[in-house]
Design a protein around this ligand. Structure first.
Ligand code: CA2
Length: 156
């Protein structure tokens, strides 16, 4: 009789995107590039697949909804990649939700927030993040997927 396989599927990476990121590629391409959010989703799904992983990709303009998605990640995700967008600079609620997670969290910013206006130089989210990728444009999301894959491999 064939042995029962004990292999369990790794939970998806939650990739969460904050306010206005739905406008990517439509406005301010000189700051944020020309790649749209649906294109980034496809790129991330392809990259995750190369690592044998899957993603759940979300965007919200509402702080509370992002907190809900982070709470859902407590049991539904292997890891979180989050571009909190403007909320990174303001939201203790999002930081609290991140600090309630026991899984790796990578913060992503398309731009290098330290080279920008002073009010963008600080991120509350960074205090709860395992790691941060910034200034690499849409490629930064892929590097975050790579980082998560490496961390999950090591902690398996
Ligand atoms: O560099 C990043 O990824 C940011 O998180 C993007 C946020 C900004 O508030 C952060 O300081 C840095 C802005 C996202 C809004 O994206 C837009 C895209 C096109 C047009 C207008 C906004």
């Amino acid at each position: 009789m064939a042995k029962k396989s004990k292999q369990t599927k790794t939970l998806p990476i939650y990739i969460l995107n904050g306010p206005n990121l739905n406008l990517l590629g439509v406005r301010e391409p000189e700051v944020y590039g020309t790649t749209t959010l649906p294109q980034i989703e496809k790129m991330c799904a392809d990259q995750a697949r190369r690592h044998g992983l899957s993603i759940v990709f979300r965007q919200s303009n509402r702080e509370g909804e992002i907190v809900d998605h982070l709470q859902e990640a407590r049991t539904g995700a292997s890891s979180v990649i989050i571009n909190p967008a403007g909320y990174g600079h303001t939201s203790i609620a999002i930081l609290d939700a991140i600090q309630a997670l026991a899984i790796p969290v990578i913060e992503v910013h398309l731009s290098n927030i330290h080279r920008r206006e002073p009010y963008r130089n600080h991120s509350y989210v960074s205090k709860g993040a395992t790691g941060i990728v910034m200034g690499l444009g849409a490629q930064g999301y892929l590097r975050a997927v790579d980082a998560v894959a490496e961390i999950l491999k090591v902690s398996k």
